[in-house]
Design a protein around this ligand. Structure first.
Ligand code: BGC
Length: 365
């Protein structure tokens, strides 16, 4: 079974599955004593985003504001601040509930710290959509919408292997592993996806983790902060790569990939194969220059559009479409999810991948 979920037993998963069907049973499908669903077409929709730790979050805010307005809703889009992120987001969600939001879309700053707020939101009758990042340890999340995070990790792991093979046909290859912020549920999912691909190569000795740091805790990057990845890479270079060659680095996103590359260049070493995610402008430029090896295209325009489609469906009182009812167990329930497919991008595929993106396409010419 895929380990994209936080640790939970099969029994709990089954119980949670039961809760899911009960909840559906109380909805419009049985037509009995169900509470009236749907809401006014000009209702307030809250969108609580984390701090702007990567370009995708910056894009999402603008797209939600414009898209909700175009759909006739009143949008209330908020970002958590740069430092007191959890408290900020908790207060923002509470304010949205007070203002009568009918749906609250949440990109969690800390997956496990929102149960009180989402419980209050549920009591007020609002629907909760976890956006991009799952909210954990609460029965009060209704839907999850994201790119397939486990697949993102698998694509990163495979790109790392492919990139290293292209540079040096035979192993062993020496790598280092980085993961995202421990408070983001996605971090473990990306890492587990990548490790599913890398583990056989590590077990066979084809791939060696130079520092021996293979645990998600050892590889974590608190707050998804570039400076934290850069200082860990600096330390690894000093401790392990005096004379040894570093062939590749698993980086969970573009911001951290560039920080890792900066560190390696600063130490006067050749740039290894470095993965990424998010298709950030600076990373696409770096890929075209032959520095960063890969990124992932998770088109924020599509994710926001699909989220607003969910809100529109909820407004009519119908059940939004989901395509995964198994993978995202948040510790209290299996959250019905709508997952979009991520796309791996390298220099060779960038022009095709970004052909319909007016901001990125010119960079690939
Ligand atoms: C998102 C990534 C992003 C990271 C840091 C994750 O939850 O899925 O796209 O790079 O957060 O902002």
């Amino acid at each position: 079974m895929r380990t994209k979920i936080i640790a939970v037993g099969v029994a709990l998963a089954m119980v949670a599955g039961g809760c899911g069907s009960e909840r559906e049973g109380a909805g419009s499908t049985d037509g009995s004593s169900a509470p009236a669903k749907g809401f006014a077409a000009d209702s307030l929709i809250g969108v609580a985003l984390p701090s702007k730790t990567s370009e995708n979050w910056v894009l999402a805010g603008g797209l939600f504001t414009a898209g909700l307005q175009e759909a006739g809703f009143q949008g209330d889009v908020q970002y958590a601040g740069a430092s007191t992120t959890v408290a900020d987001q908790q207060a923002q969600i509470t304010a949205m509930i007070t203002k009568g939001a009918k749906v609250i879309v949440i990109g969690a700053t800390d997956a496990a710290q929102l149960s009180t707020q989402v419980a209050q939101a549920k009591q007020s009758g609002a629907v909760i959509i976890a956006y991009d990042r799952l909210i954990t340890n609460t029965p009060d999340v209704d839907y999850y919408i994201a790119f397939d995070n486990f697949k993102v990790g698998q694509l990163q792991g495979q790109a790392l292997l492919d990139g290293m093979k292209a540079k040096k046909a035979t192993g062993p290859w020496t790598i280092e592993l980085f993961s995202g912020s421990p408070d983001d549920n996605n971090s473990g999912v990306f890492f587990n996806g990548a490790m599913e691909v890398l583990k056989p190569a590590i077990a066979s000795g084809d791939v060696v983790v130079g520092s021996g740091q293979t645990d998600v805790k050892q590889t974590a990057t608190q707050g998804w902060k570039a400076e934290n990845a850069q200082s860990r890479m600096d330390a690894l270079l000093t401790s392990t790569y005096g004379s040894k060659t570093l062939d590749g680095v698993l980086s969970p996103n573009d911001t951290l990939a560039r920080a890792i590359i900066t560190s390696v260049k600063g130490a006067g070493k050749p740039v290894p194969v470095v993965t990424g995610q998010d298709s950030e402008v600076e990373s696409v430029k770096s890929i075209m220059l032959g520095e960063q090896y890969s990124t992932i295209n998770k088109d924020t325009r599509k994710l926001v559009t699909e989220t607003i489609n969910m809100v529109k469906t909820l407004q009519t009182g119908a059940e939004p479409e989901v395509n995964d009812t198994k993978s995202y167990d948040n510790g209290k329930k299996v959250v019905p999810a709508y997952l979009l497919p991520p796309v791996i991008v390298t220099k060779a595929t960038a022009a095709e991948a970004y052909a319909d993106d007016p901001k990125l396409a010119p960079l690939t010419k």
